[in-house]
Design a protein around this ligand. Structure first.
Ligand code: ADP
Ligand code: MG
Length: 688
């Protein structure tokens, strides 16, 4: 999309390498932290702050404390062998402290700390034997005022090749070039919250633990997101879709072997109501693994077909597409509905014939991967698009998919990731939501146990007995280290080990395998030829193999609750009792312990999602950026929970009053949308 960004923002969107002192050697480290433009630097907020105390002499300071102190070097101690270089320095009354440098030959330290000249030193006071020492002082300077300026100092997230000083200097440069921006927050709210203006808030957030500055910045991001999603929603309402009134003639022919649950019935009624409207549906069907989303999607698709139109179902992977196709085909037996599978693999004649069928309308339902929405694919009358595993697609993609054809198709998105209500709003705020919060009856609970990794032999023994009963099993290796290659190596080592014991019936799946190889392994497992599937978390959204009734998860403490739940959902799909073994390491944090206990206790995905949020969001103001799996960069989980509802209401009010964003505040809100690169919202305003 072409950008119409306000000129005002240009300085913030300038590339980082336009700054002084940024050469090619900083390109990679900056890229690693996504600090590509000045605005990224300005928003690169400190993880925390070091607080230092200025002390007149060493007697005043305690070991472990961060201090700033004036010291005079009196002697150098060169390393014997591989030891550190030490500068002995004395305070005013004559107490001695060592300034210790590892891995340096001393030349550098001598230059900074000449004998007999007073220097201001900032760092953490330690004790080494009987000697006080400061290891690698954070700052050494001959300027007292400068040193006292470091009493409260930002600690930034770093990557290899960057130092705190470097990052701080770049942030300062970026901040100096940041313009004042018009106020987009409602004046009454700004007043009530006592929030600083945008530019001041950024400056304050870099200087100290300024809660209200951080809140304002988070609020900005949440407001931008809410506004953008609401604009999408409005634009969608203004489009014309195809009102679909099903007469039930195909639905009546379905012979389901079960009665629908209350939640399924409710969702279908909600969808039916949406489909009858002239504006396109935009609805999310949220339901845990196994809650029965497929049949809901099928009913929706049949309504479209009864209305004389076509429907498409988009799956994130080819395997899932195939599975959906098989399931739906079975359910549709005897209905006369024509369903087809279309993936990127179809070539030549087969492809031609599918394209023809879609164009002349002889195909009623098309199931496939993103290939089904490619440019070259034209439908006679596509009225409903169902998107499975919605969380794999961003808002931008969602928009693209629903812009197929003259009339906008109705869109039903499905996700098995039970996210908490607040996050649903953040992620899918442009959609209406139906929740399948009731499981089909007769589901057996999965016997979940936490096992210490020291009992690995027992686990392997249990696995062997399990495989002898001709049932299948999953073995999940974690995907948590900095380097993906290390994780893959660990998974490959485990695979090799298990293969030694269990032979050819073991297959391996991970993200770095070529898709054909991965698919082939999955298919062998799905057909039952392979009995043990070893994999990284790529199996999270994967095959449905009812005969797989044992799951082993290694280093379970390193997974989030939501993810453990998602993984566990791979078993317990058939009539047989299933087991999930959570292997844990020797030491567990309090949170990890609580998480594993919850896994044992409940299988309710929505409850686990709420607990996950509580455990991770625990009121921390600064520190670990925990918004990892939210669409936000500035707002923490805690801030999302506290401020998002506010931002959401604010956005709604603004759009109700000024849907075209043309008032003064509306103009400011446009600036905000561009600043946070949520400008697809603005693009929709122009496009109408
Ligand atoms: P999801 O896609 O939500 O994970 P599925 O649609 O694959 O779940 O359904 C899981 C299983 O439950 C399927 O075997 C399906 O046939 C079955 N199922 C769906 N609805 C019901 C129901 N109301 N009663 C009993 N079984 C059901
Ligand atoms: Mg499903």
């Amino acid at each position: 999309m072409q950008t119409m960004r306000p000129d005002l923002l240009n300085p913030l969107f300038a590339q980082s390498d336009s700054l002084k002192g940024v050469g090619p050697n900083l390109a990679r480290p900056l890229e690693k932290l996504s600090l590509l433009r000045l605005k990224d630097l300005a928003y690169h907020l400190p993880d925390r702050f070091v607080q230092r105390r200025a002390v007149a002499n060493l007697d005043e300071a305690s070991v472990g404390e961060n201090i700033v102190i004036a010291l005079t070097p009196i002697d150098y101690r060169s390393p014997a062998g591989r030891g550190p270089f030490r500068v002995l320095a004395s305070d005013e009354p004559g107490n001695v402290c060592a300034l210790t440098y590892f891995g340096r030959n001393g030349g550098w330290a001598k230059k900074q700390l000449p004998i007999g000249e007073k220097r201001w030193v900032a760092g953490r006071l330690d004790q080494f034997g009987q000697t006080l020492q400061i290891v690698h002082p954070d700052h050494v300077s001959d300027d007292g005022a400068l040193s006292l300026g470091t009493l409260c100092e930002a600690v930034y997230p770093l990557s290899d090749g960057l130092t705190q000083g470097r990052v701080a200097a770049l942030v300062q440069q970026a901040m100096a070039l940041a313009p004042e921006l018009p106020e987009w927050i409602e004046p009454g709210l700004l007043d009530k919250m006592q929030w600083p203006k945008w530019r001041d808030a950024l400056a304050l957030a870099h200087k100290s633990e300024h809660e209200s500055a951080r809140d304002r910045l988070a609020y900005d991001e949440l407001l931008a997101s809410s506004l953008a999603l609401m604009l999408v929603r409005n634009a969608n309402r203004a489009r014309s879709g195809t009102p679909l009134m099903g007469d039930g003639r195909f639905r009546d022919l379905l012979k389901l072997p079960f009665a629908l649950t209350g939640a399924q019935k409710r969702s279908i009624t909600e969808i039916e109501g949406d489909l009858a409207q002239p504006s396109p549906m935009l609805r999310l069907l949220q339901g845990d693994v196994g809650s029965g989303k497929t049949v809901v999607a099928l009913e929706a698709m049949l309504i479209a077909i009864e209305g004389g139109a076509q429907a498409a179902l988009l799956a994130p992977t080819e395997i899932l597409a195939r599975q959906h196709f098989d399931t739906l085909s079975r359910m549709l037996t005897g209905t006369g509905v024509n369903i087809t599978l279309f993936t990127g693999r179809d070539k030549g004649r087969a492809r031609e014939s599918i394209l023809m069928g879609l164009l002349d309308g002889s195909i009623d339902i098309c199931v496939g991967t993103h290939a089904i929405f490619q440019e070259a694919v034209a439908y006679k009358n596509l009225a409903l698009a169902v998107i499975d595993e919605q969380h794999r697609f961003g808002v931008g993609q969602r928009l693209m998919l629903t812009q197929k054809g003259k009339r906008t198709p109705h869109c039903l998105a499905m996700t098995a990731t039970p996210i908490p209500r607040t996050l649903t709003l953040a992620q899918y705020g442009e959609m209406d939501v139906s929740r399948l919060d009731e499981m089909p009856p007769g589901r057996q609970p999965i016997d979940t146990r936490v096992v210490a990794v020291e009992r690995m032999d027992d686990v392997i023994g249990a696995l062997a007995r399990h495989l002898e009963t001709s049932q299948q099993a999953y073995w999940v290796c974690p995907m948590v280290r900095e380097l993906e290659t290390e994780d893959i190596a660990a998974a490959e080592a485990r695979y090799a080990e298990l293969k030694l014991r269990f032979g050819d019936q073991v297959v391996l799946v991970h993200g770095q395998l070529r898709p054909e190889i991965k698919d082939a392994a999955m298919e062998r497992f799905a057909r039952g030829e392979a009995r043990l599937l070893v994999g990284t978390t790529v199996i999270e959204v994967g095959v449905d193999v009812p005969n797989a009734t044992l799951m082993v998860i290694e280093q379970a403490e390193r997974f989030g609750l939501a993810q453990l739940h998602q993984l566990r959902g791979r078993v317990g799909r058939g009539a047989d009792k299933s087991t999930c073994l959570l292997l844990r390491g020797p030491t567990l944090s309090e949170t990890a312990r609580e998480r594993l206990a919850l896994m044992r206790e409940t299988q309710d995905g929505f409850r686990l999602a709420e607990e996950d949020l509580r455990l991770r969001g625990g009121g921390e103001l600064l520190g670990t950026r925990q918004s990892g799996d939210t669409p936000f960069r500035v707002a923490t989980l805690e801030q999302i929970q506290r401020l998002l509802p506010l931002a959401h209401d604010d956005a709604r009010l603004l759009i109700e009053r000024d849907g075209g964003l043309s008032s003064r505040r509306g103009e400011a809100a446009r600036v905000l949308l561009y600043l946070f690169e949520r400008d697809y919202g603005v693009q929709l305003l122009r496009g109408g």
